[in-house]
Write a protein that binds this ligand. Structure first.
Ligand code: SF4
Length: 442
């Protein structure tokens, strides 16, 4: 039996794709291995959002080729594969096949062919209609947490982003299929699902089937309610796009305890001028209105964001506006990135005029601001009881466990009696920089 090692870079959608690739190969006579040295096939599932992720790929293929072990078949899939196609054969020596983001349903054909045909193989074609979105329990990244794609691709074309090119246009999955998947996951012991997509609020299936009878102006809100009605313990969703984020989403969270109290709402800049250059389609005042609604909720909704520092044309004042926005929003956490131009995007044609030194200074300043905000926010969790899904053993403490709260905080705690996969009430007793510590509440 041939063994396959898959390495995944990037976002949850890539993790989910890798899970389905593993499911499909296992059903067809291949065996997954976590030992790269033992593999007959190495698949690198790539990300092109950041320059560094792309460079890592080149390094990894080099390492695999020069490791001195048996030479495995090497395949590149994911966003870099979709964008670069067969040019990858020239860029990186030792690649046997290139498979685009929508070709994962044909992975068995391409891997089989790589063993029988002595030629380079490429599949960048569209997804087949009958594509199977399910993941076998054994190939999920966690036995208790599952990613459920609800929409793929993006139509927004923010000027810095490569996703609409690497993942194609938006395509929503039928609600009936999503709900059936969640029900199946529930019966196999999964406690938390993440409804995922580049922009989940744009969810717009071709048919209303499965959504009828659920309240909401947008299909996404109706879907949230339909998924909540399955009785799945915890439901999270990501990523939301500010322009499409409606107040009724917060209404749905307030009405359904199993819709978790966490919203990830990337703003990318605190300056209207830069948002316009980014073609984000929203203003800071509209964004703040949405934040106000979220903050007003009795569910204590945790708020996280993504931000780009040093976008072309960003002045000191634009940056200061971002710092002010952070103070206003009091994010629970923020992913702060320094801008790097991605070939093929409109922003690539703009002058990258913020110097690397200024990008670093602004990055450090915003990081420091966010650190102080987090310290403030985390103090609010002290003595609170959080509902934690026990996802693993903590390596640092005996009888230590780790998991996420409904508000998506990492919580570590010590217990003699907790079991993996259980949901526990944990009283927070200590705050550390990136996580909370506590004890099981009696
Ligand atoms: S919404 Fe903008 S940033 Fe997000 S995936 Fe689409 S184009 Fe990229």
């Amino acid at each position: 039996m041939k063994r396959v090692y898959i390495e995944t870079f990037g976002c949850q959608m890539n993790v989910s794709d890798s899970e389905r690739i593993a499911t499909s190969l296992s059903k067809n006579g291949y065996q997954m291995t976590s030992d790269e040295a033992d593999a007959d096939v190495v698949i690198l599932n790539t990300c092109s959002v950041r320059e560094r992720a792309e460079h890592k790929l080149y390094t990894r293929v080099g390492e695999i080729r020069h490791s001195g072990r048996k030479k495995p078949v090497v395949g590149i899939t994911g966003c870099v594969a979709q964008l670069d196609g067969e040019t990858l054969f020239d860029k990186i020596a030792g690649v046997d096949f290139v498979m685009g983001t929508r070709a994962t349903g044909r992975v068995v054909n391409i891997v089989d062919a790589a063993f029988t045909q002595r030629k380079r193989l490429v599949d960048l074609n569209e997804r087949e209609d009958e594509y199977d979105w399910t993941v076998a329990d054994t190939h999920r990244h966690s036995p208790y947490v599952a990613f459920v794609p609800i929409i793929e691709g993006c139509n927004k074309f923010c000027t810095y982003c490569i996703v609409p090119f690497s993942r194609g246009r938006e395509k929503s999955l039928p609600a009936t299929e999503i709900v059936a998947q969640v029900e199946k996951l529930k019966s196999s012991g999964v406690k938390e699902v993440h409804l995922i997509g580049q922009n989940v609020n744009s969810y717009r299936p071709t048919s209303n089937e499965g959504l009828d009878g659920f309240e909401g102006k947008s299909a996404f809100t109706r879907l949230l309610r339909a998924v909540a009605a399955t009785g799945m313990d915890r439901i999270k969703f990501t990523t939301s796009f500010p322009r499409d984020f409606r107040d009724e989403i917060v209404d749905a969270i307030e009405e359904n305890e199993n819709l978790c109290n966490w919203v990830h709402l990337p703003v990318q800049s605190g300056s209207d001028r830069i948002l316009e250059r980014m073609k984000r389609g929203h203003t800071i005042s509209r964004y703040k209105e949405k934040i106000d609604r979220i903050k007003k909720s009795h569910r204590n909704i945790a708020l996280t964001t993504d931000i780009i520092i040093g976008f072309p044309g960003e002045t000191e004042q634009d940056f200061e506006d971002t710092v002010s926005l952070f103070e206003y929003c009091e994010y629970d956490s923020a992913y702060i990135f320094k801008y790097s131009p991605r070939p093929g995007t409109p922003a690539y044609e703009m002058e990258d005029d913020v110097t690397p030194a200024d990008k670093t200074l602004r990055f450090l300043k915003l990081q420091e601001t966010q650190k102080k905000i987090e310290q403030r926010i985390h103090q609010r969790y002290l003595k609170q009881v959080l509902n934690v899904l026990v996802e693993g053993r903590s390596v640092r403490t005996e009888n230590g466990y780790t998991g996420h709260s409904t508000c998506h905080k990492v919580v570590n705690f010590v217990s003699d009696e907790a079991s993996l996969g259980e949901v526990r009430n944990v009283r927070i007793t200590e705050i550390k920089s990136n996580s909370l510590f506590g004890e099981v509440a009696r």
